[in-house]
Design a protein around this ligand. Structure first.
Ligand code: SF4
Length: 347
């Protein structure tokens, strides 16, 4: 069994593309006339994981668990994160100035949930996609930039006829394709997809997911795929990390986590997930209670007020994320505590 203090999310022996250690993002709460700091919102509280070339790590959990903050902190869209994040052999991205961060932005891109608000309404598609090419000096002249943008549009299922149109002239799915094309302009190696298909209709979601999977195959891309929808995460991910109240509670290969979840929270999320097949009947077990406040998380296991398996140590001792074999990691006393009522982790 791995040392729990040094446990991390690792999917292979290959050198990781992105390595994150003990990432923390605590937002100060200020109050009073002097705006004194009176507390912190612990949005992300000690998250470690790795992403390897060509791999998709799904990051799932309920709204408010901190998964979006992880993506934004890594890209330095939020300042104040602690810990370590290295892209290939880079220095710690979290300590770089915005200027020093610039060369790494070329390799790390993001696709947002709402493509409409992430596209400038005053720029045509050509303008929006040629801008990063100009900033990073990727093409020599305007013609080269325009040709490259046409190629990208075709790659995402659009065409040169869309070049001179504005964002409001497109459907949600088309706008997300433009968002994907824009992320691809600078030839990134890793894309953070932040609820990238959540705002789309189910049929359009499937098309965009298939497009992302094709691009991963063709370009050897890696994704950090952030979503609250477990069925979508299952479809696209190689490994899945489940997050609760700012911490990772379970990480494993996709098949392992969906077939044999070990953490009661993962189990509850899977039981509550809708079944896409109308011929299959199952009583859905809804997860009771709300996610506690990250300002004052419960002591011990932060899931204990909602957990049907809670026993004494859960109320006082924080369970460490522990490898229970084959890279399957779980933070639960039921699985690892010597006083657990379970005899084996799969009871
Ligand atoms: Fe439930 Fe205890 Fe495991 Fe937390 S540590 S998930 S409370 S059994």
């Amino acid at each position: 069994m791995a040392d729990p203090q040094n446990s991390s999310v690792s999917g292979s022996e290959q050198k990781p593309l992105l390595s994150v250690r003990n990432l923390k993002m605590h937002f100060p709460i200020r109050s009073g006339v002097f705006s004194r700091v009176t507390g912190h919102v612990r949005a992300v509280d000690g998250v470690s994981f790795e992403i390897h070339p060509g791999e998709t790590l799904g990051l799932a959990g309920e709204s408010g668990c901190g998964k979006t903050t992880v993506g934004r902190a890594l890209l330095r869209l939020l300042d104040g994160a602690e810990g370590e994040a290295r892209f290939e052999n880079s220095p710690n991205l979290l300590t770089l100035s915005q200027r020093e961060m610039r060369p790494y932005r070329k390799h790390l891109q993001i696709i947002f949930q709402d493509p409409f608000s992430s596209l400038n309404p005053r720029l045509t598609v050509a303008g929006a996609l040629m801008e990063p090419l100009k900033i990073f000096g990727i093409c020599k002249n305007r013609k080269e930039r325009r040709d490259r943008v046409v190629g990208l549009l075709e790659e995402v299922g659009l065409s040169s006829t869309h070049l001179d149109r504005y964002p409001h002239e497109f459907s949600g799915g088309q706008r997300q394709r433009i968002g994907i094309a824009r992320a691809l302009t600078v030839e990134p190696k890793l894309i953070i997809c932040d609820e990238a298909v959540s705002a789309l209709d189910v049929s359009v979601q499937a098309q965009v997911i298939n497009l992302l999977m094709d691009l991963r195959r063709k370009r050897g891309l890696s994704y950090l795929f952030i979503s609250h929808a477990l069925s979508v995460v299952e479809h696209i991910s190689n490994r899945v990390a489940i997050m609760y109240l700012g911490k990772l509670v379970e990480v494993a290969d996709k098949d392992e986590i969906y077939k044999r979840p070990l953490h009661p929270y993962t189990e509850a999320l899977l039981e509550a997930a809708p079944i896409p097949d109308p011929s299959v009947r199952r009583e859905r077990q809804l997860l009771e209670g709300d996610v506690p406040s990250p300002i004052n998380p419960p002591p011990g296991c932060s899931f204990h007020p909602r957990c049907k398996y809670c026993f004494d140590p859960c109320r006082t001792e924080t369970p460490p994320l522990t490898d229970v074999g084959g890279g399957h990691q779980v933070a639960c006393h039921l699985v690892t505590h010597p006083d657990s009522p379970r005899k084996t982790c799969h009871d």
